[in-house]
Design a protein around this ligand. Structure first.
Ligand code: FAD
Ligand code: SIN
Length: 524
């Protein structure tokens, strides 16, 4: 069995993982594992941009306030202050790595855009394709670092832990080489989860296929505390088209004036919030859901046809081209949209240095629950969070690095597993989970729906577990097991919250309780 030793292992090659690797001291041997091709990540598809205060009419105080309002009483104010106050300097780090944010024409100033919940223009962007620009530029820097080795198409299965004097310590991971089928043992002094979110738990999502919540499930199995998983964010505007898988229509369209409409042209957001289209995301997504259920319709529409077509094509080239491929000219046509799962606000609980309750295990980016987002993330705050905590963790390790001794690393036991010829079962289970999560644990919940979801997931978990031990591991099987674990964690967390707050809306408890509490889960 192959064993690979590194000083530091980073699981994930989105902004959090790459940003951390670039901030770590060059003397460390670093391994980055990525379960798909290295670029494939939510980061790569990010559209709107990254929030940071950069104009004289804006202030950190205002960005903090907007973040806290969106977070509906559950943000950790100290964390919000720290992250927001570093915003501009983190943008500078990205610029120093070559990220070319869009500037105003003929002026050297950056073009700041606006999104829901922001009271000021403060979002740095690269057209409507910010994530690809960030991912590409960071990778160029990574490729020039001799101390960093990338393992593409390696899916981490579990964290290897040891217990010393009653303390659980992370000391490596088992990973599947997706193509060779071999299970490799990676040993390291520090393990950093940067595996992104869990949007794929739901039938309709803006997320790429990699977002199956692996890091949350892996962390949970290892004994990490998982926080606030009931707060799954639904993005109000994903393209509604039979052939458009997961295509987002950025909130920055609404930031630049696009309106939400019904088929007959009626605007409806004014009945829901004074900020209308630019209300926090939970409110806009619920308003659309309400209209769709009230009228029995499949979708509503986004309208930006009143804007100058040259502006629209220049400002939103990716969205323009993509929609055109589906026969929709956004400069002339209403764009059919529906809400879809988009961002996992909860995750592996960390402190301000990205540390989890397991020694030497860190979590950064969307996989983590840091206290920044509370019950609902403010738009464009997640890329900011990813790069803030990437740098914090790197600083912490640079300062406190200690090699490990006396670790007892168990070998992977393949047992009697045989090759499977029943991949159809994986597909079936995967679809079933995503469907009932959408119907029972979606934008609007009830106790009855949550109970039903709980019964379904208990049954499915048993089936998946049998399958897991009988057959050789494949990436789809690993993802299915993780998806089921994360679905169960969401259901349990949602069932524990007896109120409606932020992204969690339960018709049986429509009011917000006076005291805001985090939902914490840990495996027995
Ligand atoms: P990701 O970028 O998702 O990277 C996760 C990495 O982990 C991948 O490399 C993946 O292969 C790897 N991985 C996962 N599981 C395993 C495993 N088991 N083994 C090995 N590797 C694994 N946020 C904003 O702030 N602004 C925006 O404009 C914005 N737009 C968005 C648009 C879209 C369409 C989407 C989907 C999200 C958007 N978001 C935006 C959210 C934001 O992009 C993500 O929260 C952020 O990029 C997450 O970064 P990350 O590094 O934590 O994870
Ligand atoms: C978008 O461009 O609408 C996504 C922004 C975000 O998720 O923060």
């Amino acid at each position: 069995m192959k064993i690979i030793k590194k000083d530091i292992l980073i699981i994930g090659s989105g902004l959090a993982g790459l940003g951390c690797a670039l901030n770590l001291n060059k003397k460390f041997k670093i391994g980055i594992l990525s379960k798909a091709s290295v670029k494939e990540s939510s980061t790569f598809y990010a559209q709107g941009g990254i929030a940071a205060v950069n104009s004289i009419d804006d202030s950190c105080k205002s960005h903090i306030q907007d973040t806290m309002i969106a977070g509906a009483g559950l943000c950790d104010e100290k964390v919000v202050e720290k992250v927001v106050s570093q915003g501009r300097s983190l943008i500078q780090d990205l610029i120093n790595w070559g990220v070319d944010f869009t500037k105003l024409e003929n002026i050297k100033e950056y073009d700041l855009t606006k999104e829901g919940g922001h009271t000021k223009r403060r979002i740095f962007h690269k057209d409507d394709n910010t994530g690809a620009e960030i991912e590409n530029k960071l990778l160029q820097n990574i490729f020039s670092r001799k101390n960093i080795e990338i393992f593409e198409n390696h899916t981490v299965i579990n964290i290897i832990t040891d217990t010393i004097n009653g303390e659980i310590i992370a000391c490596g991971v088992y990973a599947l080489d997706n193509f060779g089928g071999e299970i490799i043992t990676f040993e390291a002094n520090y393990i950093i989860l940067a595996t992104g979110g869990a949007g794929k738990v739901y039938l309709y999502t803006s997320n790429p296929d990699i977002s199956s919540g692996d890091g949350i499930a892996i962390g949970y199995r290892a004994g990490a505390i998982i926080a606030n998983m009931e707060f799954m964010q639904f993005h109000p505007t994903c393209l509604y088209h039979p052939d458009a898988k997961s295509f987002l229509i950025s909130e920055s369209l609404r930031g630049e004036g696009a309106k939400l409409k019904l088929e007959d042209g009626a605007e409806f957001m004014k009945s829901y919030h004074e900020l209308k289209e630019l209300a926090p995301r939970d409110i806009v997504a619920r308003a659309i859901d309400f209209e769709m259920k009230k009228l029995g319709i499949t979708n509503v529409y986004l309208d930006i046809t009143h804007k100058d077509p040259h502006f629209v094509k220049k400002r939103f080239p990716t969205i323009y081209k993509n929609c055109l491929n589906f026969g929709i000219d956004i400069t002339k046509d209403l764009v059919p949209i529906v809400p879809a799962s988009h961002y996992t606000c909860g995750g592996v609980k960390t402190d301000i240095d990205g540390r989890t309750n397991i020694k030497d295990l860190f979590a950064i980016g969307e996989v983590a629950s840091t206290g920044l987002h509370g019950a609902n993330r403010l738009a464009s705050n997640s890329l900011l969070e990813a790069i803030f905590f990437a740098k914090r963790v790197a600083k912490f390790i640079n300062k406190n690095f200690e090699p490990k001794k006396f670790l007892n690393i168990k070998k992977w036991n393949i047992g009697k597993a045989i090759d499977s010829n029943e991949t159809v079962l994986i597909q079936q289970n995967w679809e079933e989970i995503r469907k009932f999560m959408w119907n029972y644990v979606g934008i609007v919940r009830t106790d009855k729906r949550l109970m039903r979801a709980k019964r379904r997931i208990e049954l499915l978990k048993k089936e998946i577990q049998e399958y897991y031990w009988d057959f050789k591991l494949t990436k789809p099987l690993l993802e299915l097991r993780n998806l089921a674990t994360v679905a169960e964690i969401i259901i349990l967390s949602a069932s524990k919250r007896k109120e409606s707050r932020g992204l969690h809306y339960n018709l049986d408890y429509p009011k917000k309780l006076k005291i805001a509490k985090n939902t914490l889960l840990k495996k027995n």
